[in-house]
Design a binder for this molecule. Structure first.
Ligand SMILES: Cc1cc2nc3c(=O)[nH]c(=O)nc-3n(C[C@H](O)[C@H](O)[C@H](O)COP(=O)(O)O)c2cc1C
Length: 320
């Protein structure tokens, strides 16, 4: 029977188990977004025990940078550092991909306070030309990731960043073909995934889906299932199902094992690609049950592994 320690094939990748280190910003890059020794050492800690490392969100354009210490992937000069990072992350046997992000209205230096949706910013500030440039920046960053030796990329579509701002009816106030109706709000993420897929054929593409805004005015589960299906049809390999327009671990869900897993389970039934379940998972036995029951194909334990880099090794010995 398939369990948490069973290997899995995703696209061309063979993962040795189904434990994922989800993307988590460390703040360890330098002021120019460059890889540092500390950052490399950080990821090196996980390489021997997890199946898949998803390196933290990296900015695809300078104006899409979220905060100080964030990793960059917006220019070719960063490739040598990223090469070292990819090498160390993979050294112990893990597969490694990197998350690509544009913070949009949440970018460094903007006034957005998305926590209470009370902000000055408007998505209408992005011209159609600017949107084309953003699409292109994800594609170019994806190519850089592959050149650096990563085995794929994850497109960040959750936690209130740019792509989530487009998909959510709460934050999308555009009145053109990128706003209004659901079909129009998802146009940008679909364009990006389609283009990245065309340019990256040897690596896997994951999408971090904001499956719920945790707000009654937000995206519905039916809408997020439709988006998931459309992404799947474009040749996506992995759906990393998260949520929360205001952040990835909302206070009201704290303490619950697997707080976004119910959404992942729903989505898993709708798509053919593999699905990751995440949210508050600390107990390896619970994580294992999610995989043995077929609810999800892989599980991600974030803060549990941040607090204890030996979590995956301990999980393996506990489950054996
Ligand atoms: C310090 C920290 C940084 C994070 N950075 C990112 C990030 O770069 N990209 C992302 O998609 N999620 C990010 N997250 C969310 C995690 O990937 C994960 O979804 C979240 O912590 C819930 O899982 P957990 O309860 O297992 O920690 C971050 C979380 C933490 C705690």
């Amino acid at each position: 029977m398939v369990n948490l320690l069973s290997p899995i094939t995703i696209g061309d990748l063979q993962l040795k188990n189904r434990i994922v280190l989800p993307p988590m910003q460390t703040g360890l890059a330098d002021e120019k977004g460059r890889v540092t020794e500390k950052l490399v050492d950080h990821y090196g800690q996980y390489s021997s025990d997890v199946g898949l490392i998803i390196v933290e969100h990296s900015f695809v354009l300078p104006e899409g940078k979220y905060s100080a210490g964030q990793l960059g992937i917006d220019r070719d000069g960063l490739i040598p550092g990223l090469e070292t990072l990819a090498e160390v992350a993979r050294e112990g046997g893990a597969s490694a991909i990197i998350q690509l992000n544009h913070a949009g209205l949440k970018a460094e230096g903007t006034e957005l306070n998305i926590l209470d949706f009370d902000y000055e910013g408007s998505l209408s500030k992005y011209s159609l030309k600017e949107i084309d440039r953003i699409v292109e920046s994800f594609v170019k960053s994806g190519i850089r990731a592959m050149k650096a030796g990563f085995q794929g990329v994850e497109i960040h579509g959750a936690h209130g960043f740019l792509l989530n701002q487009f998909t959510s009816p709460i934050t999308n106030d555009r009145e053109d073909e990128y706003g209004g109706r659901f079909e129009d709000r998802i146009r940008l993420p679909l364009r990006i995934v389609e283009k990245v897929r065309q340019e990256i054929d040897e690596g896997i593409i994951s999408y971090r889906l904001g499956a719920t805004d945790l707000d009654s005015r937000g995206i519905t589960i039916e809408e997020s299932k439709t988006l998931a299906k459309k992404l799947d049809d474009l040749g996506l390999d992995l759906l990393d199902v998260s949520g929360g327009l205001c952040g990835s671990s909302p206070d009201e869900l704290e303490g619950e094992q697997g707080f976004f897993v119910s959404r992942a389970r729903e989505i898993e039934k709708a798509v053919s690609c593999h699905v990751v379940g995440v949210g508050g998972i600390t107990d390896p036995v619970y994580g294992n049950e999610l995989v043995t029951s077929g609810d999800v194909d892989l599980i991600a334990a974030g803060r549990a592994q941040l607090n204890d880099p030996t979590w995956a090794a301990r999980a393996a010995s506990e489950l054996r």
